[in-house]
Design a protein around this ligand. Sequence first.
Ligand SMILES: [Zn+2]
Length: 871
Amino acid sequence: MIAAMRRVPALLFALAVPASAAPSAPAPAGHRLGTDVVPVFEAVRLTADAGKPDYTGSVRIELDVRKPVSAFALHARDIEISTVSLTGPDGAVEVRHGSGERGRLDVTAPAPLRPGRYVLEIEFANEYDTQATGLYKVVVGGDSYLFTQFEADDARQAFPCWDEPAFKIPYELTVVVPEAHVAVSNTPPVSDTVKDGQRTVVFGRTKPLPSYLLALAAGPLEFVPIPGLSVPGRVVTVKGASALAGEAVRTTPPVLAALERYFGRPYPYDKLDLIAVPEFWPGAMENAGAVTFRDTVLLLDARGASAEQRRLLVEINAHELAHMWFGDLVTMDWWDDLWLNESFASWMGDKAAAEAFPEFQTEVASLEGTQRAMNTDARLSTRAIRQPVSSLDNLLQSADELAYQKGQAVLAMVETWVGPESFRRGVLDYLAAHEWGNAVAADLWNAVSKAAGKDVAGVMETFLDQPGVPLVTVDAVDGARVRLSQRRFANQGVTPPATAWRIPVALKYETGGAIRTRVVLLTGPSDTVTLEGPVAWVHPNAEQRGYYRWSVPTATQRAIAGGGQRVMTVRERVGFVGNAAALLDAGALRGDEYLELLLPFARDPEPEVVSAVVGALGKVKRAFVTPELEPTFAGYVRRLLGPALERIGMERRADEPEAVSLLRPQLLLWLGRDGHDPAVLARANAVAAAYLADPAKTDASIVGVALQLRALSGDRALFDEFRRRLEAATVPADRERFLSALGYFRSPELVEEALRFAAAGPLRPQEMFEIPQGIGTSVAEEARPYRFMTENYDAIRAKIPPMFLVFMTHFATGCSEDRARDASAFFSEPPHAVPGTDKEMAKVAEAVRDCAALRSREGGAVAAYLRRPAP
Ligand SMILES: [Zn+2]
């Protein structure tokens, strides 16, 4: 699974991907199903007319009774069970059944069962879910559809099953739908027959799968073939949307081929369907052979898609397809290794995307996520990535930036240390040893350790089993000797517990005019290393492959920064900008020094470096910019970003690199919205007008931002026009553009109107937060998103998947301690205190405290710097 967006502020990130919690109590006894009676095969039959509110079904599960027990349990949550029957070696067994905790279905026989093969048959009825969970119903354009989202433990609310990842068995699904509907599942159908207005589709038996990877889509679906794959492939859409499949059809084969080359084995399943789902909370979900996506991610108008949208599709698709081997072919034994599933898919996905579409620079772009993970890890409210799962309330609450981006960065660090070929050999050995089955993280480390002849487990454990991020300091001793030391990185005013890591430190240094690199394993608090000859400078994180913060003496830092492109690669320059923000948080860099330091990086010829500077502005704005300071901040934004826009121009050139097309809208947004640059605003207004007149004639990459900037000065008539366009849009991305722009109208009356529309307009649940988010980018309105959330909590609760409720706490993110206090109270009231909320709230509260402390510490220096006349 993956978030819908990568380059997003914390709030949206949290809403799109579950964020973290730190379970502390030991696992409740008996919270997992027993292994005395296990399934070996399950046939599921559903009579599922999407036009109705409910469905009926039956399952036939072949069991292996391993020990003579008289009771066993499986899962069936909120399902109306009509009959349960059990047949064994001695014929029918009279069983009783009852509901247990957390969707358990307990089955009891009058006497111990003789070990052997049994068949359990259950008939049931249920209502479709309507909150994008389990087997759920969606109505689009008057037509009803069914889709599924089962991860982590929601297959059990669709039909009875052994709903834990270690129960990996073949399934056989049969669905009976109205004749006019078609159905898609993990495997191709083996028969499709129509009788009396009903269509019966029998799908082929699956390879062994955990229940969370099963999928079903049904309704008046459309299909577009994907030629050029090693298996039959299709894009699957709702009625009328198949014209938007082109970009997915074009970009999927090279990505899948890159993965097949890396894994040295073909795609493991019989076919590949990519299914566009209109109501969907994650960005995408890796169901084996039937990957589901948010429609806004998968369906792009070939001419009207921006560079950002096209990159996002490639990135997300690559992540999901990497799961086909890592997660699906080999599955984690239990949810405590969910992080490995996700971090490996992110690491592998970016690698495959970079190979198939190097123009998107995914391996540079991924650094933004690493920085976000290190920011989280700088706080005491962080957690170790790998922890026992002790609460079953929300198994995906731990799928946060640590599980995805920290894990990805740690894997990349180890790969650099042992060498890519050794790492790959270890991965392939691991897949071969566990194919079609389950594994734990240690199985992978052992395989990589063996292939590389290095103690990989020893390094991994220090990064996985303890919280935090190390700070590596490098000081010159004399001549060729340097001293490396480590401690836990912390923001100023915080004393973290002493922690030690085994860190592969990649040093880059200059000696005798030559630039060299060397990896040193730092295992103790400090170590002295002798390099090849006297060094001019040492950069402690070559290629920015290490998961650590770093610090060097001021003179060295100046030498590195001053050396620019001669000294640092693109990744290193992007990493430098991120590391500088951390040094600001730690009190090692003053606010005015930080702002001054960003200037040369904003003039970097590499768009990704400028993009990192744009990202840094978000932090500056949140921490320091008050309404009084806005005009002077506007001047700084123009001074910082103006030259970059001047260099790349406001007009797209036909042959320009994708990276330039990705950067331009970011520059336009900041220069227009925050820099109040008249030329940018005029250009945006012209683009918006041209787009409204004829969408085909404008640069798709800047249309979204042009609409946002146009809205800033927009009146009631324009607001109504945008709303009308949103409701009439047939391309999901168009709808998204107008939706987002509605959050940029600034007259008080239209702000109110937009918020009313967000709460009660004809929006899909996952669209509810887009408008408040946009309104919150106004310095004067930064408190509005939180108020929106509290005022509409009940309506939100009724619409969104229950597991996402804990992330409503992230609406209190920002720099206001008053708001954080209010939120703490709000989320401790029983109606708002869903399990896990306290842990999310603790994270938010600490981030807010850090922001407020930074503001009071550096606000004066920043304001003085901003007010200084431009040189
Ligand atoms: Zn994933």
